[in-house]
Ligand binder design. Structure first.
Ligand code: 1CP
Length: 353
């Protein structure tokens, strides 16, 4: 047996992203961007037109695979993230979901979908099958050394959309439901914890070699509620996923958690930093223990030019010598000029301390 067969070759097994997540700082830092596929790319807009609605695109394996690969071809990023959406889990639990271009996602009222306020214990597996088929198609076409990220929303963020029926600025309705109906809410979080773990494990079986858990609305919770409904379920998910899927690396994005980012340290191989986290604080408090990812302001990527370059260098200066994955602090905005992304990738690849 040659040494490659005995010791997984990190490059062949996901390349620089996997190396960073497994504990090796290396230069250049790997780079990928949250929402790297999307409306800022003309080729994505063409694909959307071909597919029809956003959900039609998510549920068409060939087209979803193509959307996943578009930013890889254009920018040679270090990871692809499967083109899908966190709302496919509520849908698989039986809640009707639509995504309107103007108003964003809409979910059937919670009480109508689940009169007992509790979704079924099992997801409709078939409804998630297109995601696994898309992952297999991407895997077959992905260049060597490019990571393939599967993802899911965290239970708290999914519960926010499910209860609220769509996006909201503060998820007050979801918070009030959680405080006012603790037993029903606990059951809901329990169901979602199982569903997120199952979906993550199935994505790894279909070819993902990293899993990212998006808790986009962690930041609206007070500390005790955040520990109970965000940190604890994510810890349980990461344990199950790692045990079932050969220790696959898990990235956690607890957006808005502030100093409570520290509470997630033992849940993840990497923490994805939102734009508000000071990079020096992250270097001192987080990076010694896990890899960190982030945290360029997506608006700086829209602005481009010297602002973007200075911000990217500031982040690299604080975090670039350690276990680090360059990314944004939230998703790419639709008004982003694609050539700014190309320039950012070039800058990160050329950067040295
Ligand atoms: O056609 C379109 O452009 C519709 C917009 C869109 C896109 C491109 C939606 C609707 N979802 C997506 C894809 C998507 N969503 C990805 C694809 C992979 C990639 O990153 O390239 C990912 C990872 C997500 C995850 C997602 N969906 C999150 C977590 C990350 C975050 O942004 O905080 C959330 C909160 C959603 C819900 C959702 N789906 C779509 C929208 C517009 C939203 C946000 C709604 C809101 O809160 O107002």
């Amino acid at each position: 047996m040659d040494s490659r067969a005995r010791q997984p070759n990190l490059r062949a097994d996901g390349g620089p992203l996997l190396a960073a997540l497994r504990g090796q700082g290396s230069l250049p830092a790997p780079i990928w961007l949250m929402r790297q596929a999307g409306r800022y790319l003309p080729e994505y807009r063409a694909l959307r037109k071909e597919a029809g609605s956003f959900l039609d695109l998510c549920l068409n394996p060939a087209l979803a695979a193509e959307a996943t690969l578009q930013p890889i071809r254009r920018f040679h990023l270090d990871a692809a993230i499967i083109f899908s959406d966190i709302l496919l889990i509520p849908r698989a639990l039986g809640q009707a979901v639509t995504v309107d271009d103007a108003t964003g996602p809409r979910l059937q009222p919670f009480g109508e979908a689940f009169p007992t306020m509790t979704p079924p214990a099992e997801m409709d597996g078939d409804s998630l099958d297109p995601v696994y088929r898309a992952l297999k198609l991407v895997k077959a076409k992905l260049p060597d050394g490019v990571g393939l990220i599967g993802f899911a929303g965290a239970p708290w963020t999914l519960a926010c959309y499910m209860i609220e029926g769509g996006g909201s600025k503060d998820y007050a309705k979801a918070r009030a439901f959680a405080y006012g109906n603790p037993d029903a809410f606990e059951r809901l979080i329990g169901r979602l914890t199982t569903a997120v773990a199952d979906h993550s494990i199935a994505q790894v079986a279909a070819g993902a070699n990293v899993v990212q858990i998006f808790d986009s609305w962690a930041g609206v919770l007070p500390a005790p509620a955040l520990r109970r409904w965000s940190v604890e379920p994510i810890r349980a998910i990461a344990r199950r996923v790692k045990a079932a899927a050969g220790g696959v690396p898990v990235i956690v994005f607890p957006r808005g958690a502030g100093v409570l980012y520290r509470d997630y340290l033992d849940t993840a191989d990497a923490l994805s930093l939102d734009t508000a986290i000071p990079v020096d604080w992250a270097a001192a408090e987080l990076q010694g223990k896990v890899a960190v990812q982030g945290n360029l302001d997506p608006a700086a990527l829209v602005a481009g030019g010297e602002t973007m370059r200075a911000e990217a260098r500031r982040i690299l200066g604080a975090l670039g010598r350690g276990r680090f994955v360059f990314n944004l602090g939230h998703g790419v905005l639709p008004e982003t000029p694609p050539e700014h992304v190309a320039e950012l990738v070039e800058l990160v690849r050329a950067w040295r301390p």
